[in-house]
Structure formats: C-alpha cells, structure tokens
Design a binder for this molecule. Structure first.
Ligand code: DWN
Length: 410
C-alpha cells in the first residue's frame, strides 16, 4: 500500500507529513474469537498537511468497501449525550427552516435512524443514505426509509431525476470518512434545493491538536477538518460556508458547519476563520510538534499503566471505540496491561479489540469482577460513563483518562 501523492481535495503534491502512529489494524474491525485471523491487516497510520486545501488528512487509503460494510459495528444510538444532541439539532432545523409535510430532509450516513426518526415523528418526509446493511435495517425499523448506498454526484443526480430536492441535508461524522470530498460535496450541491441548507458535523481538528486527541485518528477518518479547510472545499464546489456552531463536549470537541448555495456569512464563522488564521492552522508549523507531544502522552500512559500493574493493580478498559483501538495499538497496550474492555453495544460484546485482542464484555461485569482501574477508552463520554458506573466507583473502582495527559480521575 503506497502513500497518496496528491491532496484529496486540491490535487496538490505539496503534502507535508507530521505524525506517524505506525501500522495499526482497522479501528472498527473488531475480531471474532471463533474466526480470528493470525494477524488482521495492518495499515500505516500517518497524517499530513496540505497548505493549499489547509486540510489534515491520512496518508494511506483503505478501500471504503472494506471499512464500512461487512462488519461495521458503530451504532449511533448507544449514547444518551448523542441522543440529546441530535434531538436538539432536529428541533432547531424544524423551527429555523419551517419544515413540514412538503419538506424533505436527507441524512448522509444516517446510521440506525438515530436522527431522522425525530423528523418522522413530526410527519416530515426523510431519506436516509447509508451503505452499512445492519445500520440501514435498524433505521427502517424506526420508519426511516434508507438507501444502502455510498453518496456522491451520481446518486444525487439519480434522486433529482426522480424529482427529489432536499430542503435540508445533514452529514454528521461522515465528511471525515469519505475518500473523495469533491464528489461528496458536489452531490450535496446537486441535491440541495436553492433555498436549502446543509449541516455538516465533525470533530474539530484544532481541539484534536490542542488537546492531543491522537486516538481519534484512525483509517476510517481520512480527514480532520477546520473552518478554513471546509471553506476551501465548499468554495471549490460552488457552495458557501455561512455559519458554525461549537459543541466542546461532543466527541472531544465538534463543530457544526452550516452551508448553502448563497453567501450569508455569520459573525461566528468570520470569527472562527480569523482565529484559525491567527493560530496558524493554515501553516505546517502549527502541526509540526504534534508528533513529539503525542510521543510524550504515549510514553506517560504506558509508564502509568505499567507502574499500577507492578503494584499488583488490575486494569481494564471502557468503550470498544474506534479511538480505543488506536490508543491501545499505537501505544502498545496489550492484555498484559489492560485485561479486557467493556462496552454496552451488544453487537460488540463477545468480540475482541483489533490488534491487541482484549475481549469485549458487558459493563455490568465491572461490579462483578471489581478491577482496580478502568482506562476510559471512550473518554469523550466521561461524565455519562462515570455517572452510569457509580456502583463500581462506590466499590472503590477508579477511572483513568488517557488524554490530554494520562491521569487517574475518579
Ligand atoms: O466518527 C466517528 C465518531 C464520531 O464516533 C465514528 N467513525 C465512530 C465513532 O467513534 P468511536 O468508535 O470512537 O465512537 P464512540 O461513540 O466515541 O465510542 C463509544 C463506545 O462506547 C461505543 O462503542 C459505545 C460505547 N458506550 C458504552 O459502552 N457506554 C458509550 C456510552 C456513552 C456508554 O455509556
């Protein structure tokens, strides 16, 4: 597998690498213990910066058909925080856009219908688009019609030819996952009604760098977006980035970008663009020392876990998350340090973490087994998880937060 030679947005060959996390397995490819390959496929996990697109992207492509279809186990509906966030988003759209029975709301990567179900409940026509069969089936059970396809210009043109035009297009946590952003956004432009709006949500690259959230880097995430890079991409596809909202508590720090056919820029988006310019997000220097800081975090985490184990403590993990797979594999944390991982997604229980092979169990096992420490692999849900695990904590169990700096938190 060779590194890309051109930026996936601009085609520029001026790609500047700044982080190498080594060869790691696909973060979502949990392993079936009854059918475990000797060593599942590993791929180089490196980041580079393109000064033309102002975009951070991984240097090696993995076939999307391999990553997102056969055993993709991410279901959006396993977080109360995400559920509350998406309900508020739906309500904001219905009110601000005056949606009703003659509207059409389309979600790209609609997963298990976690968001579109809110519009269905209000009698607003929806269409989900997601290539993962299990998630699409779960969405249909919620009354969300779903196309099991990858989205791009070709599908958008087919939908328009059928008389469909979207008043709202929602793309939550997907614009990091698509190998061809111009085709993806070009499809949005084709499908969007003239007075329609697109909302795109993704973790914010500035938070990733500033808070050393290196574990949110995995092959499923081709891109790590800033307002500047979204601005470049949308303008290249004759759309306009008009507004931005910040959700610092979601997935470690998420931005929601509001995009349309016509310019109507808010003070918020102008302020974010100016702040990013002032912080140097459009320069290599801003990213240059990230690799060194990540090395420091990885070394400290391994030291802390090794020290606790040497004292006779037992350590397990919470959250069979994609970020957990990167953290364990990129830091070299095997079952000698973290015995097993718990996760409340039943599709993941009974499987093994990719690469490091920790077995995945139900979170109720924590109270039964009483390990001394739990490494928060899903640290982005720290409050929700600690509240939920009050019984384990009352038994004296303690959690370890791995980033921005490893520490025992509670
Ligand atoms: O882009 C993506 C980000 C936004 O979400 C997707 N590619 C995949 C996903 O990343 P992730 O796999 O790191 O997801 P989460 O949602 O951060 O992972 C949380 C894991 O923890 C899930 O497997 C569900 C589980 N969980 C749990 O066991 N108990 C979650 C909560 C809130 C809980 O209480």
């Amino acid at each position: 597998m060779s590194a890309i030679e051109r930026c996936r947005v601009t085609g520029s060959t001026d790609l500047q690498p700044f982080l190498d996390l080594g060869d790691t397995p696909l973060a979502d490819a949990l392993v079936d213990p009854d059918n475990r390959p000797e060593n599942e496929a590993h791929f180089p996990l490196e980041l580079c910066f393109c000064p033309e697109s102002k975009l951070v992207q991984i240097t090696h492509d993995v076939d999307p058909e391999v990553m997102f279809v056969d055993n993709y186990l991410y279901f959006s509906s396993f977080s109360d925080q995400v559920a509350q966030h998406t309900r508020a988003h739906a309500e904001q759209l219905v009110e601000s856009r005056g949606l009703g029975p003659d509207s059409l709301v389309v979600e790209l990567a609609s997963n298990d219908g976690y968001l579109l179900r809110h519009f269905v409940e209000l009698g607003i026509p929806v269409l989900g688009i997601d290539p993962a069969p299990d998630q699409a089936a779960a969405a249909r059970e919620k009354g969300v019609p779903t196309l099991e396809e990858f989205f791009g210009v070709e599908l958008a043109e087919r939908l328009v030819a059928e008389g469909k035009q979207a008043d709202v297009i929602i793309a939550n946590n997907v614009m990091a996952h698509i190998p061809d952003p111009n085709d993806f956004v070009g499809g949005m432009k084709t499908l969007l009604a003239d007075d329609g709006v697109i909302t795109v949500e993704n973790p914010y690259v500035k938070t990733l760098i500033d808070h050393c959230e290196f574990d949110t880097i995995y092959h499923e995430h081709y891109f790590y977006w800033s307002c500047q890079s979204v601005d470049v991409l949308t303008r290249r596809n004759s759309l306009v980035l008009n507004d931005v909202q910040h959700f610092p508590e979601l997935h470690g720090g998420t931005l929601r970008w509001w995009i349309g056919h016509h310019e109507d820029r808010s003070d918020a988006v102008l302020s974010y663009l100016a702040d990013e310019k002032a912080a140097g997000l459009d320069t290599f220097e801003y990213y240059a020392d990230f690799g060194r800081r990540v090395d420091g975090v990885r070394a400290e985490l391994k030291r802390l876990l090794s020290e606790l184990r040497a004292e006779g403590a037992r350590i397990v993990g919470y959250g069979a998350a994609a970020k957990g797979a990167t953290l364990l594999n990129a830091t070299g944390i095997g079952t000698d340090l973290v015995e097993y991982v718990v996760d409340r997604n039943p599709h993941k229980q009974g499987l093994l973490m990719p690469g490091t092979r920790q077995p995945i169990k139900d979170p109720s096992f924590l109270v039964e087994d009483r390990p001394d420490y739990v490494l928060l692999l899903a640290w982005n849900f720290e409050k929700e998880i600690l509240d939920q695990q009050s019984d384990y904590r009352e038994q004296g169990g303690r959690f370890i937060r791995p980033v921005p700096w490893p520490e025992v938190v509670a």
